[in-house]
Design a protein around this ligand. Sequence first.
Ligand SMILES: [Ca+2]
Ligand SMILES: [Ca+2]
Length: 341
Amino acid sequence: MSIPSFQARQRGAALIVALMVFALCAALLVSIEKEGQLFYQRMANTFIGSQTYAYLLGAEQLAFNLLKLDNELDAESENPKDTLLEVWADTSPPYPLDGGGYLLGQLLDLEGRFNLNWLAGREAAGEGAGSLTLEQRIFVRLLLTLRNEDGPLMDRFQAIAIVNAIGDWIDGDAIPRPQGAEDLQYQSKQPPYRAANQLMQSPSELMAVEGMSWSVYQQLAPLVTIWPDEGTKINIHTMPRQLLQALPGGQELDPRTEADAESLMELREQMGFASIDEFLADPYFQENDAAQLREILTEQSNTFLLQAEASIANRPQRLYSVISRKGGQMTVLRRTQGSTL
Ligand SMILES: [Ca+2]
Ligand SMILES: [Ca+2]
């Protein structure tokens, strides 16, 4: 081995080591930059998320102010009402936010809906055991108004079965009603579960009840509620058309047609109803026991649902807040993000 060739090999080895060190440094730098970008992205996401949520809470405050204002106006009125012609019910266009985002919100009256927890009742023995209560008959009719392009989503037999299954779901006992469902039915499902045997805590519990399907639930969800938990009535000024179709009928279980309810809906949109008595005096209710219906109707509401959406950097977020204004005091009863209640 000659000395020059030994030196040349040494130089070669040093070059390889230098190249390896360079490659290692380059790989480290790329990795550090990637981590840095991820860190920056995470920080930006957190910041945008917090900022959007702050806007959504702002929408809640705005809703409080509108409901307070309405409460003050109602306090000065001789005939206080909560109607869809009032300011709180306005659907305002999206409010533009800095940087191209938007904020929008809508207040809905939950006391214009059917309260599912009404269905726990049973017709008193002696008045025809096994028959349905006034509220249960209204709910059967409401179920029969649900339709798709092929016609009604269910027949009367299925509607009564759902009403009884909901009653069993809520009532404290384990004795099934006719066509109802208690633990026995739910424990044979995969996975097995048990009946709640208490008042519903969310309308989405409906999906666990025997006989309920996704298509029925989707149509029913905007028509039903579980709030307020006491003193529930239906506001004649805000109830949806399907509920108006379901309201009259006495002992009958067929709902009125859309066309039947239309003239009353038009009257409400144009002039509003003067009072519950005037509303019930309409020939639409002639076959009914007006005194019995009057018991479950009201002209005022104190439980509302705010549906708000805010978007910054094309990342929309939603907030659903159930707001109570009992005694003029604003309280958030439930707040959920992303999905409906
Ligand atoms: Ca009002
Ligand atoms: Ca039960």
